[in-house]
Design a protein around this ligand. Structure first.
Ligand SMILES: *Cc1c(COP(=O)(O)O)cnc(C)c1O
Length: 222
């Protein structure tokens, strides 16, 4: 790609409704490239590895108004660091992890914003709750008062047609609505974190409030 990061950001930003938060996924991207995206107006960055993020966060300490979002699979032994480094965690993918994060958050006196990762369709390659598992765990999740549960995150299985991807995203929105209508005191469903470079237009069509874009902003990392 020969257009600059800032040009790509302007183009994509202008194609998104203003209500949709653009999270620039900066995994495997240098601190310098993050700085370019920041200078083009991005304030939300997504990382999927605690260690890799830590060194970039240290280099970018002079940019205090960045909000860091953790979007990768989180191992229990990294939970404390995740809470310390990230005000948002999109990838809370099982009850045990949620419980651990809640306990740590309480001890640290913080209130991380989290999304629950759900698998709308079965997908052995990903972690996350199945829909029935999630519904069954809601009463327990509602007791985790240090976690600010804000919504659902989903990634469709790979290899689906656009119409199938769209229906996964639509089903995720409907699931969030169903949960919201159960009126839990400590589970909010205001956010839908869905949409990556290949499918964010479908996600926005289905009501995403946060899209997580890497390749389309920073170019091919792989
Ligand atoms: C890498 C990653 C993204 C960004 O993917 P692109 O296809 O590069 O836009 C979004 N969400 C998660 C969870 C990721 O791991």
């Amino acid at each position: 790609m020969n257009s600059s990061i800032s040009e790509r950001i302007v183009t994509i930003r202008s194609s998104l409704p203003t209500s949709v938060k653009l999270i620039a996924v900066s995994k495997q991207v240098s601190a310098e490239a993050i700085r370019s995206a920041y200078n083009a107006g991005i304030r939300d960055f997504g990382e999927s590895r605690i260690q890799e993020a830590a060194s970039k966060q240290a280099e970018l300490q002079d940019l205090p108004d960045i909000t860091w979002h953790f979007i990768g699979h989180l191992q229990g032994n990294k939970a404390k660091k995740a809470i310390e480094q990230f005000p948002w965690i999109h990838s809370v993918d099982n009850l045990k992890l949620a419980q651990r994060l809640d306990q740590l958050a309480q001890q640290l006196g913080v209130s991380p914003q989290v999304c629950l990762q759900v698998k709308i369709l079965p997908d052995p390659s990903k972690s996350g709750w199945s829909v029935p598992e999630l519904l069954a765990d809601l009463p327990t999740l509602n007791q985790y008062k240090s976690l600010q549960i804000q919504g659902l995150m989903t990634i469709p299985p790979s290899g689906l047609k656009d119409s199938e991807i769209l229906s996964v995203f639509n089903r995720n929105r409907e699931l969030a609505k169903e949960i919201q209508e159960q009126n839990w005191s400590h589970i909010k469903m205001q956010h839908l974190s869905m949409g990556m470079s290949g499918d964010y237009k479908l996600a926005v069509q289905a009501g995403a409030t946060m899209v997580r874009l890497g390749t389309i902003l920073f170019g091919d990392r792989y």
